[in-house]
Design a protein around this ligand. Structure first.
Ligand code: SF4
Ligand code: SF4
Length: 500
C-alpha cells in the first residue's frame, strides 16, 4: 500500500516521454501481487467478535445473523466437521446468498481469510450437490468462446439498435436491458465546440473511437504489456479495451495482443467449480506465459483471479510466474504518472470494485488515474467500500438480494451533493449493475471505467494551446450531508483512505 502511494506520488512533474517506473532500481513501484501465507485453516482465527457485521452488505440488507460473515463462518465450520450435510437448507440459503465480496476481510481484527474459507466450502458444495440448472447453463456458456462470443455479439447488435435504451426499467427483464444499456460507450460533451469538424484535434471522420493525438514517443525500451481481453470486456466493453491500449501506449508501454485467450474463470471459481476454473486458467497460461513483461486487465474480477492462478493451480511454477506479472490497468498507469490530459469538466464519483479493493488491495491507483484529468471534480462515493450486488452471476441467480444490496448504493449516489454526472468504477459487472440501477431509479447519471475518462481527456489534448496543463485536483470526501447510514459509510471510507 505504501508502495502504491509512492506510485501516485510520482505523478506530479513526471517528464514527458519517460519510461514507466516499473523496472530496474524502482521495480517496487508496481509491486507484484503477493499471496499471504496460505492458511491451512482460514476460518480458525474467528473469535466471533462481530466487527465484520456492519461491513457485510447482505447482513445490512436482511439484518439476519445467518447472512453475516460470523453466521456463515459458523455454518462453514459446522460443514467442515460434518455436523450438517451439503444439502442442509440453512447452509444452502445463507452461503449461496454470500456475494463473495470479501468486504468482511479488511475489517477483521483476527485476520480471518474469509475468501479462502468460502472458496473451500463452495468447492465442497459443488462436488456434493452440483449447481442449479440456470447456473450450470450460464457457466457452460462462459467455458467456450464459441458460445459466449456470438451471444455477446448479438447483445451488441441489440444495443446498437437502441432497444435496451427503450426497454430498460425496473422489472427483471427491464433491469437486464438496463445492464446492457449501461455497457454502452458514452460520448462526453465537448468543451466549447473545440472538436467541431475540422477543428484542430477533432477526430477524423473515419475515427470511431477517438484516440490519443500527438502522443510523444517515450524513449525505448518500453515495457511490454499483454492485454488480457476477457469475455465481457472483449465484447460488450470492447471500447474500454481499446481505451486501455491507447492510454497505456501514451504512458510508455508497448501493448501487444495475444491470441488464444479464454474467459479468466472467475465466475466458475465463485461457484466452486474448481476443475472448470483450472481448465480455463490452463488455456490462459498457454496463451499468455512469456508473452510480455506484464499482463494487464481492466476488469477487477478477472484481475483478482489471474493474480491467484498460482494458488488455483497448486503452485505450478508457470502459473506462479504468470500471476506475478498481472496488474490492473490502474496500477501500470499510476506507475507511469500517469501523464496528465486535457480538461474534462465533470463531477465524478469513484466507487471501488470489491475485487480491486478487497481482493487485490489496490486502493489509490484508480484515483491517480482520475486525478490525471484536469478539471475533473473527483469525489469518493460514500459506501465505496461496500459491494454493489453484482458479484459475477449473482445478480442473475439471486436478483432480489442483488437489488436489495444495490439499493444502498443507489441511495448514496442519489443523496450525493453535488450530484455526480458520472460514477466511475473499474469492473464490468459493477458498471452494468450500478448503471442499470441508476436507470431504474430514473437518475440521469452515467457510468464509466476510469480509463475511458482518461482516454477522453487525452483525446482532447491536441485542442489545447501548448503548453497548457492545469493543476491536478485533489480527491475530496463528499460533504457529509447524508442519512445516518451514508454518513457512517463516508467516515469509514475516509478512515480507510487515510491509512492507505
Ligand atoms: S470474521 Fe473476524 S470480525 Fe468477523 S466475527 Fe470473526 S473474528 Fe470477528
Ligand atoms: S464476502 Fe461479502 S457478502 Fe459474504 S460475508 Fe463477507 S462481506 Fe458478507
Amino acid at each position: 500500500m505504501a508502495a502504491e502511494r509512492r506510485n501516485g506520488g510520482t505523478a506530479e512533474g513526471s517528464p514527458e516521454g519517460r519510461r514507466p517506473d516499473v523496472a530496474g532500481e524502482h521495480s517496487s513501484a508496481v509491486p507484484p501481487f503477493r499471496r499471504s501465507a496460505e492458511p491451512s485453516d482460514p476460518l480458525a482465527p474467528c473469535v466471533h467478535c462481530g466487527f465484520c457485521l456492519p461491513a457485510c452488505p447482505t447482513y445490512i440488507a436482511t439484518g439476519d445473523e445467518a447472512d453475516s460473515p460470523r453466521g456463515r463462518i459458523v455454518l462453514m465450520r459446522t460443514l467442515e466437521r460434518n455436523e450438517i450435510g451439503a444439502d442442509d437448507a440453512a447452509l444452502t440459503q445463507h452461503l449461496d446468498a454470500c456475494l463473495g465480496c470479501r468486504g468482511c476481510e479488511p475489517v477483521c481484527p483476527s485476520g480471518v481469510a474469509y475468501g479462502r474459507g468460502l472458496e473451500q466450502a463452495r468447492a465442497r458444495l459443488f462436488e456434493e450437490r452440483g449447481l442449479p440448472p440456470l447456473a450450470r447453463t450460464v457457466l457452460g456458456v462462459f467455458r467456450h468462446a464459441a458460445l459466449w462470443r456470438p451471444l455477446f455479439t448479438a447483445a451488441r447488435a441489440l444495443r446498437a439498435a437502441g432497444l435496451p435504451r427503450l426497454m430498460a426499467g425496473t422489472g427483471r427483464f427491464g433491469f437486464g436491458m438496463g445492464m446492457l444499456e449501461a455497457s454502452r460507450r458514452r460520448r462526453w460533451p465537448e468543451d466549447n465546440g473545440r472538436h467541431e469538424a475540422g477543428a484542430p484535434g477533432a477526430p477524423s471522420a473515419g475515427a470511431s473511437d477517438g484516440g490519443v493525438p500527438g502522443a510523444a514517443v517515450p524513449a525505448p525500451p518500453r515495457p511490454t504489456v499483454a492485454l488480457f481481453r476477457g469475455c465481457v470486456m472483449d465484447t460488450l466493453f470492447r471500447h474500454v479495451n481499446d481505451a486501455t491500449r491507447r492510454v497505456l501506449e501514451f504512458n510508455g508501454y508497448d501493448v501487444i495482443d495475444v491470441e488464444g485467450q479464454a474467459c479468466c474463470g472467475a465466475l466458475h471459481e465463485h461457484a466452486g467449480d474448481r476443475a472448470g476454473t483450472a481448465a480455463l486458467a490452463r488455456l490462459n497460461l498457454a496463451a499468455l506465459s512469456d508473452s510480455a513483461d506484464y499482463i494487464v486487465t481492466n476488469s477487477a474480477g478477472c484481475g483478482a483471479l489471474l493474480k491467484d492462478y498460482g494458488h488455483l493451480l497448486h503452485d505450478d511454477a508457470a502459473a506462479v510466474a504468470l500471476a506475478a506479472k498481472v496488474r490492473d490497468v490502474s496500477e501500470l498507469l499510476a506507475a507511469a504518472g500517469p501523464r496528465p490530459g486535457a480538461p474534462l469538466a465533470l463531477d465524478v464519483a469513484y466507487d471501488a470494485p470489491c475485487h480491486l479493493q478487497h481482493a487485490q488491495r489496490v486502493h489509490d491507483a484508480p484515483l491517480a488515474v482520475l486525478r490525471a484529468i484536469p478539471g475533473l471534480r473527483l469525489r469518493l462515493l460514500p459506501g465505496s467500500d461496500q459491494c454493489c450486488g453484482s458479484a459475477g452471476i449473482y445478480s442473475v441467480l439471486r436478483p432480489a438480494m442483488a437489488r436489495a444490496v444495490l439499493a444502498t448504493k443507489i441511495e448514496a449516489i442519489a443523496a450525493a451533493e453535488p450530484r455526480p454526472r458520472v460514477v466511475a468504477t473499474g469492473n464490468p459487472g459493477c458498471l452494468m449493475q450500478i448503471g442499470a440501477g441508476l436507470i431504474a431509479a430514473g437518475l440521469d447519471i452515467a457510468v464509466a471505467h476510469p480509463v475511458e475518462l482518461l482516454d477522453e481527456s487525452y483525446r482532447r489534448l491536441s485542442s489545447l494551446p501548448s503548453p497548457s496543463r492545469p493543476d491536478r485536483l485533489s480527491v475530496h470526501q463528499w460533504p457529509p450531508a447524508f442519512s445516518s447510514t451514508s454518513t457512517a459509510s463516508s467516515s469509514t471510507t475516509s478512515r480507510s483512505t487515510a491509512t492507505r
